[in-house]
Design a binder for this molecule. Structure first.
Ligand code: GFB
Length: 319
């Protein structure tokens, strides 16, 4: 589906920052179906935490649109273990890219945040208005504070300079090119790795962190990519806009789904020494639905796809 019509003879230039990550790579796949010019730059050439390097790159590349998908991300344990890195890296990336966009007169910018910006006990499903109405979840408050600052950067440049920069808040995401490292990943890729390893080795147990009761909402990264491209020309407000799958599942249910996909027949063991994090986190995405966008991929379909992709990378890796 084409969302970004080009003016005759002039292609829009879109810089996807973080193009090697799960979200950025999904956005590249999505933009490949549009008549646009895609710009990317590697981390070795421009470290987004370096202000001067970012300013120079944006001034030179002259994008019409920036999609700010670059971020330091990780699961509950990584967030809890590296607060300084999550706070500094994300603040630096956001402030550098958004200010450089303004200085270079970039027309549109889409900043990607996270559902963890909302208070730990926000009423469910969480509406955009819940922002800054209560304390954050302690395991990820550093990341959340940085992402809230990114929303505020967009709002401030919009208010002071009339910049048309917007913020999109995705729920928990999963997809190809995710981080599958058990110590630092999110739950879905971790469970894909654990169930795959257990099935291949014929093990009878898989360890799931926490109590299994927390509720999360999982969106396929390719669906998010479609929403981001959709929103570039469909939304122009200062308030963040939620982008979720529409319903939540418990971690126990998620483990059941992944176990089924993997063909695992053993039992689940819950390690309650590990943190649960936010008890319930499901967003209200009716603002986005009212604009005419809905996700296409069910959790079962998405998990199937990512499981097959992951299993393939395991067999193709040299022993
Ligand atoms: O995805 P996750 O690491 O982060 O964990 P959050 C979600 C839930 O899954 C927690 C449980 O209750 C975990 O205890 N879980 C069960 C596991 N087994 C595992 C496992 O093997 N690995 C992991 N990682 N979790 C993140 C934030 O919160 O959500 C980030 O830390 C970000 O800042 C992201 O906002 C969207 O969903 O709790």
């Amino acid at each position: 589906m084409n969302h970004l019509p080009a003016r005759p003879g002039i292609k829009r230039r879109i810089w996807v920052s973080g193009h090697r990550g799960m979200v950025g790579s999904a956005i590249l796949r999505r933009l490949a179906t549009e008549d646009v010019e895609i710009l990317t730059v590697d981390r070795v050439d421009v470290d987004l935490r370096e202000q001067q390097a970012v300013r120079q790159w944006v001034a030179w590349a002259k994008p019409d649109v920036i999609i700010l998908a670059a971020a330091k991300v990780g699961g509950i344990l990584a967030n809890d273990s590296y607060p300084a890195d999550f706070l500094f890296d994300n603040l630096a990336i956001e402030t550098n890219v958004i200010q450089a966009a303004h200085l270079a007169n970039v027309e549109r910018l889409v900043f990607l945040g996270s559902s963890c910006i909302y208070p730990k006990f926000a009423p469910q499903p969480i509406k955009e208005e819940a922002l800054l109405t209560g304390p954050l979840e302690p395991t990820n408050e550093w990341y959340a504070i940085a992402k809230i600052a990114g929303i505020k950067m967009c709002q401030a440049y919009r208010r002071q300079y009339g910049r048309r920069y917007i913020s999109v808040m995705p729920c928990n995401l999963y997809g190809r090119n995710d981080n599958f490292d058990l110590a630092t990943s999110h739950v879905l890729p971790a469970l894909i790795r654990k169930f795959h390893a257990a099935t291949v080795a014929g093990e009878t147990e898989v360890v799931v962190w926490g109590t299994g009761t927390p509720l999360r909402e999982f969106l396929y990264a390719d669906d998010l990519a479609d929403a981001v491209v959709f929103l570039i020309d469909r939304y122009d407000g200062g308030e963040p806009i939620n982008c979720g799958a529409g319903s939540g599942v418990s971690i126990r249910q998620l483990a059941g789904t992944i176990g089924r996909v993997a063909g695992f027949e053993g039992k689940l063991v819950f390690d309650t020494e590990k943190p649960d994090g936010t008890p319930h986190r499901v967003m209200d995405s009716s603002r986005l639905a009212a604009l005419g966008w809905r996700p296409k991929t069910s959790l079962e379909e998405g998990v199937n796809e990512v499981y097959r992709w992951f299993a393939q990378t395991q067999t193709s890796e040299p022993a």
